[in-house]
Design a protein around this ligand. Structure first.
Ligand code: PDD
Length: 281
Protein backbone atom coordinates (compact mmCIF):
# COMPACT_ATOMS: atom_id res chain seq x y z
CA UNK A 1 0.00 0.00 0.00
CA UNK A 2 0.99 3.59 -0.71
CA UNK A 3 0.28 6.82 1.13
CA UNK A 4 0.74 10.41 0.03
CA UNK A 5 2.59 12.53 2.59
CA UNK A 6 3.51 16.16 1.95
CA UNK A 7 4.18 15.99 -1.75
CA UNK A 8 5.14 12.39 -2.41
CA UNK A 9 3.99 8.82 -2.31
CA UNK A 10 5.72 6.60 0.24
CA UNK A 11 5.16 3.04 1.38
CA UNK A 12 2.24 2.95 3.81
CA UNK A 13 4.39 1.29 6.47
CA UNK A 14 7.02 4.04 6.25
CA UNK A 15 4.62 6.99 6.08
CA UNK A 16 5.12 9.42 8.98
CA UNK A 17 4.50 13.02 9.99
CA UNK A 18 6.40 15.27 12.43
CA UNK A 19 5.77 14.92 16.19
CA UNK A 20 4.96 18.64 16.39
CA UNK A 21 2.35 18.57 13.68
CA UNK A 22 -0.55 20.61 15.06
CA UNK A 23 -2.98 17.94 13.98
CA UNK A 24 -1.30 15.54 16.37
CA UNK A 25 -1.05 17.97 19.31
CA UNK A 26 -4.18 20.07 18.92
CA UNK A 27 -6.43 18.32 16.37
CA UNK A 28 -5.81 21.49 14.34
CA UNK A 29 -6.80 20.11 10.98
CA UNK A 30 -9.60 18.92 8.73
CA UNK A 31 -10.37 15.84 6.67
CA UNK A 32 -12.57 14.44 3.94
CA UNK A 33 -13.58 10.92 2.97
CA UNK A 34 -14.71 9.98 -0.54
CA UNK A 35 -16.35 6.71 -1.50
CA UNK A 36 -14.81 5.12 -4.59
CA UNK A 37 -16.89 3.16 -7.11
CA UNK A 38 -15.19 1.47 -10.04
CA UNK A 39 -12.03 3.46 -9.35
CA UNK A 40 -13.89 6.78 -9.47
CA UNK A 41 -14.53 9.32 -6.71
CA UNK A 42 -18.18 9.58 -5.68
CA UNK A 43 -19.60 13.06 -5.14
CA UNK A 44 -16.15 14.50 -5.89
CA UNK A 45 -17.15 18.17 -6.05
CA UNK A 46 -19.31 18.15 -2.93
CA UNK A 47 -16.38 16.92 -0.87
CA UNK A 48 -13.96 19.41 -2.45
CA UNK A 49 -16.33 22.26 -1.71
CA UNK A 50 -16.74 21.22 1.91
CA UNK A 51 -12.96 20.75 2.28
CA UNK A 52 -12.36 24.28 1.04
CA UNK A 53 -14.99 25.60 3.43
CA UNK A 54 -13.57 23.69 6.43
CA UNK A 55 -10.08 25.02 5.67
CA UNK A 56 -11.24 28.59 5.30
CA UNK A 57 -13.30 28.45 8.52
CA UNK A 58 -10.10 27.46 10.36
CA UNK A 59 -7.95 29.87 8.34
CA UNK A 60 -5.69 27.06 7.13
CA UNK A 61 -4.08 27.82 3.77
CA UNK A 62 -5.42 25.72 0.87
CA UNK A 63 -2.52 23.32 0.29
CA UNK A 64 -3.13 23.08 -3.48
CA UNK A 65 -5.76 23.75 -6.09
CA UNK A 66 -8.71 21.45 -6.64
CA UNK A 67 -7.39 20.11 -9.96
CA UNK A 68 -4.00 19.21 -8.46
CA UNK A 69 -5.62 17.62 -5.43
CA UNK A 70 -7.92 15.55 -7.61
CA UNK A 71 -4.91 14.27 -9.55
CA UNK A 72 -3.21 13.16 -6.34
CA UNK A 73 -6.38 11.48 -5.08
CA UNK A 74 -6.70 9.60 -8.35
CA UNK A 75 -3.06 8.58 -8.16
CA UNK A 76 -3.68 7.25 -4.61
CA UNK A 77 -6.58 5.18 -5.98
CA UNK A 78 -4.45 3.89 -8.85
CA UNK A 79 -1.39 3.02 -6.78
CA UNK A 80 -3.47 1.14 -4.24
CA UNK A 81 -5.48 -0.62 -6.97
CA UNK A 82 -8.78 0.48 -5.44
CA UNK A 83 -11.90 -0.37 -7.43
CA UNK A 84 -14.39 -0.01 -4.61
CA UNK A 85 -13.28 1.65 -1.44
CA UNK A 86 -12.52 4.87 0.37
CA UNK A 87 -10.05 7.72 0.01
CA UNK A 88 -9.03 9.69 3.11
CA UNK A 89 -7.51 13.16 2.92
CA UNK A 90 -6.24 15.12 5.91
CA UNK A 91 -4.90 18.66 5.98
CA UNK A 92 -3.45 20.05 9.20
CA UNK A 93 -2.14 23.55 9.88
CA UNK A 94 1.38 22.13 9.84
CA UNK A 95 4.41 21.80 12.09
CA UNK A 96 5.31 24.39 14.72
CA UNK A 97 6.63 24.58 18.29
CA UNK A 98 3.67 23.87 20.54
CA UNK A 99 1.56 26.96 21.24
CA UNK A 100 -2.22 27.12 21.09
CA UNK A 101 -2.43 30.28 18.97
CA UNK A 102 -1.60 30.08 15.26
CA UNK A 103 2.10 30.04 14.43
CA UNK A 104 3.35 33.23 12.77
CA UNK A 105 4.25 32.99 9.97
CA UNK A 106 1.80 30.24 9.07
CA UNK A 107 3.58 26.92 8.45
CA UNK A 108 3.08 24.88 5.28
CA UNK A 109 -0.05 22.76 5.81
CA UNK A 110 0.61 19.03 6.11
CA UNK A 111 -1.27 16.83 3.65
CA UNK A 112 -1.84 13.11 4.06
CA UNK A 113 -3.82 10.87 1.70
CA UNK A 114 -4.60 7.16 2.03
CA UNK A 115 -6.81 4.88 -0.06
CA UNK A 116 -8.20 1.49 0.82
CA UNK A 117 -10.42 -1.12 -0.75
CA UNK A 118 -13.79 -2.05 0.71
CA UNK A 119 -15.42 -5.43 0.23
CA UNK A 120 -18.68 -4.32 -1.39
CA UNK A 121 -20.13 -7.83 -1.10
CA UNK A 122 -19.70 -7.66 2.67
CA UNK A 123 -21.18 -4.12 2.77
CA UNK A 124 -24.20 -5.27 0.78
CA UNK A 125 -24.68 -8.20 3.16
CA UNK A 126 -24.55 -5.77 6.10
CA UNK A 127 -27.03 -3.44 4.40
CA UNK A 128 -29.38 -6.33 3.68
CA UNK A 129 -29.48 -7.15 7.40
CA UNK A 130 -29.55 -3.55 8.61
CA UNK A 131 -27.77 -2.15 11.65
CA UNK A 132 -28.66 -1.01 15.14
CA UNK A 133 -28.00 2.45 16.57
CA UNK A 134 -27.86 3.76 20.12
CA UNK A 135 -28.60 7.30 21.29
CA UNK A 136 -26.31 9.40 23.50
CA UNK A 137 -26.38 12.96 24.80
CA UNK A 138 -24.77 15.45 22.39
CA UNK A 139 -21.39 16.38 23.86
CA UNK A 140 -19.49 17.81 20.90
CA UNK A 141 -18.39 21.40 20.33
CA UNK A 142 -20.45 24.10 18.63
CA UNK A 143 -18.84 23.87 15.18
CA UNK A 144 -19.78 20.41 13.95
CA UNK A 145 -20.25 21.97 10.50
CA UNK A 146 -16.44 21.95 10.18
CA UNK A 147 -15.05 18.51 9.37
CA UNK A 148 -12.15 18.59 11.84
CA UNK A 149 -9.97 15.70 12.94
CA UNK A 150 -11.03 16.44 16.53
CA UNK A 151 -13.17 13.30 16.79
CA UNK A 152 -12.83 12.13 20.39
CA UNK A 153 -16.56 12.42 21.27
CA UNK A 154 -17.35 10.62 18.01
CA UNK A 155 -14.83 7.86 18.76
CA UNK A 156 -16.20 7.38 22.30
CA UNK A 157 -19.76 7.28 20.97
CA UNK A 158 -18.84 4.72 18.30
CA UNK A 159 -17.12 2.55 20.87
CA UNK A 160 -20.20 2.68 23.13
CA UNK A 161 -22.31 1.63 20.13
CA UNK A 162 -19.93 -1.21 19.30
CA UNK A 163 -20.05 -2.49 22.88
CA UNK A 164 -23.81 -2.79 22.50
CA UNK A 165 -23.60 -4.57 19.18
CA UNK A 166 -24.56 -1.46 17.21
CA UNK A 167 -22.96 0.21 14.21
CA UNK A 168 -23.68 3.85 14.96
CA UNK A 169 -24.50 6.29 17.77
CA UNK A 170 -26.93 9.15 17.31
CA UNK A 171 -26.32 12.31 19.34
CA UNK A 172 -29.37 13.88 21.00
CA UNK A 173 -29.32 17.61 21.79
CA UNK A 174 -30.70 19.23 24.99
CA UNK A 175 -34.06 19.78 23.24
CA UNK A 176 -34.34 16.01 22.85
CA UNK A 177 -33.79 16.03 19.08
CA UNK A 178 -31.37 13.79 17.18
CA UNK A 179 -28.58 15.86 15.64
CA UNK A 180 -26.66 13.25 13.61
CA UNK A 181 -24.58 10.11 13.93
CA UNK A 182 -20.94 9.90 15.03
CA UNK A 183 -19.93 9.48 11.37
CA UNK A 184 -23.17 9.79 9.41
CA UNK A 185 -26.39 11.77 9.03
CA UNK A 186 -29.59 10.36 10.56
CA UNK A 187 -32.90 9.84 8.75
CA UNK A 188 -36.35 8.35 9.36
CA UNK A 189 -39.47 7.61 7.38
CA UNK A 190 -41.89 8.80 10.06
CA UNK A 191 -45.22 7.28 11.10
CA UNK A 192 -46.97 9.42 8.44
CA UNK A 193 -44.61 8.18 5.73
CA UNK A 194 -42.62 11.42 5.51
CA UNK A 195 -38.88 11.13 5.02
CA UNK A 196 -37.09 13.36 7.54
CA UNK A 197 -33.55 14.44 8.33
CA UNK A 198 -32.34 17.35 10.42
CA UNK A 199 -31.88 20.73 8.74
CA UNK A 200 -28.33 22.01 8.37
CA UNK A 201 -28.87 25.18 10.39
CA UNK A 202 -28.42 22.86 13.38
CA UNK A 203 -24.95 22.04 14.71
CA UNK A 204 -24.29 19.17 12.30
CA UNK A 205 -22.09 18.31 9.36
CA UNK A 206 -23.57 19.13 5.98
CA UNK A 207 -23.28 15.61 4.65
CA UNK A 208 -22.39 15.32 1.00
CA UNK A 209 -24.20 11.98 0.73
CA UNK A 210 -27.19 13.56 2.49
CA UNK A 211 -27.30 16.24 -0.18
CA UNK A 212 -27.05 13.75 -3.04
CA UNK A 213 -29.83 11.66 -1.53
CA UNK A 214 -32.03 14.78 -1.28
CA UNK A 215 -31.39 15.40 -4.99
CA UNK A 216 -32.44 11.80 -5.72
CA UNK A 217 -35.64 12.33 -3.72
CA UNK A 218 -36.61 15.17 -6.01
CA UNK A 219 -36.64 12.65 -8.86
CA UNK A 220 -38.66 10.08 -6.91
CA UNK A 221 -42.13 10.45 -5.50
CA UNK A 222 -41.14 10.53 -1.85
CA UNK A 223 -42.46 13.07 0.65
CA UNK A 224 -39.51 14.77 2.34
CA UNK A 225 -38.94 17.40 5.02
CA UNK A 226 -35.80 18.82 6.61
CA UNK A 227 -37.14 18.47 10.12
CA UNK A 228 -35.56 17.09 13.28
CA UNK A 229 -36.94 14.04 15.10
CA UNK A 230 -36.72 12.61 18.60
CA UNK A 231 -35.45 9.12 19.48
CA UNK A 232 -39.09 8.20 20.31
CA UNK A 233 -40.22 9.28 16.84
CA UNK A 234 -37.43 7.14 15.40
CA UNK A 235 -38.55 4.16 17.48
CA UNK A 236 -42.12 4.62 16.19
CA UNK A 237 -41.00 5.28 12.61
CA UNK A 238 -41.65 3.08 9.60
CA UNK A 239 -37.99 3.11 8.67
CA UNK A 240 -34.68 4.64 9.63
CA UNK A 241 -31.31 4.87 7.92
CA UNK A 242 -28.01 6.69 7.92
CA UNK A 243 -26.00 8.30 5.12
CA UNK A 244 -22.29 8.98 4.72
CA UNK A 245 -19.31 8.28 2.50
CA UNK A 246 -18.58 5.16 4.56
CA UNK A 247 -22.11 3.87 5.08
CA UNK A 248 -23.59 5.17 1.77
CA UNK A 249 -27.30 4.63 2.58
CA UNK A 250 -27.49 2.08 5.39
CA UNK A 251 -30.81 0.81 6.81
CA UNK A 252 -31.23 1.09 10.60
CA UNK A 253 -33.38 -1.66 12.13
CA UNK A 254 -33.23 -0.78 15.83
CA UNK A 255 -32.78 2.28 18.05
CA UNK A 256 -31.65 1.68 21.65
CA UNK A 257 -32.60 -1.98 21.25
CA UNK A 258 -36.16 -1.19 20.06
CA UNK A 259 -37.09 -2.55 16.67
CA UNK A 260 -38.03 -0.14 13.88
CA UNK A 261 -41.06 -1.48 12.06
CA UNK A 262 -40.62 -5.20 11.57
CA UNK A 263 -36.91 -5.00 12.42
CA UNK A 264 -35.78 -5.46 8.83
CA UNK A 265 -34.56 -2.88 6.27
CA UNK A 266 -37.42 -0.83 4.87
CA UNK A 267 -38.31 -0.42 1.18
CA UNK A 268 -37.47 3.30 1.01
CA UNK A 269 -33.98 2.91 2.50
CA UNK A 270 -33.30 -0.15 0.36
CA UNK A 271 -34.37 1.65 -2.81
CA UNK A 272 -32.40 4.80 -1.95
CA UNK A 273 -29.26 2.74 -1.35
CA UNK A 274 -29.56 1.14 -4.79
CA UNK A 275 -30.30 4.49 -6.45
CA UNK A 276 -27.40 6.21 -4.71
CA UNK A 277 -24.91 3.50 -5.67
CA UNK A 278 -26.19 3.51 -9.24
CA UNK A 279 -25.88 7.29 -9.49
CA UNK A 280 -22.41 7.33 -7.94
CA UNK A 281 -21.02 4.43 -9.99
N1 PDD B 1 -17.97 10.80 8.19
N2 PDD B 1 -21.82 13.46 10.12
C1 PDD B 1 -20.60 13.20 10.63
C2 PDD B 1 -20.30 13.58 12.03
C3 PDD B 1 -19.63 12.58 9.81
O1 PDD B 1 -18.41 12.34 10.30
C4 PDD B 1 -19.95 12.22 8.48
C5 PDD B 1 -18.97 11.56 7.57
C6 PDD B 1 -21.24 12.50 8.01
C7 PDD B 1 -21.67 12.17 6.60
O2 PDD B 1 -21.06 13.05 5.69
P1 PDD B 1 -20.76 12.63 4.19
O3 PDD B 1 -22.03 12.18 3.62
O4 PDD B 1 -20.28 13.89 3.57
O5 PDD B 1 -19.72 11.54 4.22
C8 PDD B 1 -22.14 13.13 8.86
C9 PDD B 1 -16.88 10.22 7.44
C10 PDD B 1 -17.33 9.26 6.39
C11 PDD B 1 -15.88 9.63 8.40
O6 PDD B 1 -15.69 10.25 9.44
O7 PDD B 1 -15.29 8.58 8.11
Amino acid sequence: RWAYVNGRFVRHGDAAVHIEDRGYQLADGVYEVWAVFGGKLADADGHFERLERSLSELRIVQPMGRKALELVLREAIRRNRVRDGLVYLQVTRGVARRDHAFPDPQPVPAVVITAKSVDRKASEAKAAKGVGVITLPENRWGRCDIKTVGLLPNALAKQAAKERGCAEAWFVDPEGLVTEGASSNAWIVDAEGVLRTRDTSANILRGVTRKSVITLLGEQNIRFEERAFTPDEAKGAREAFITGAGSLVLPVVSVDGEKIGSGTPGPVATRLRALYIEAAS
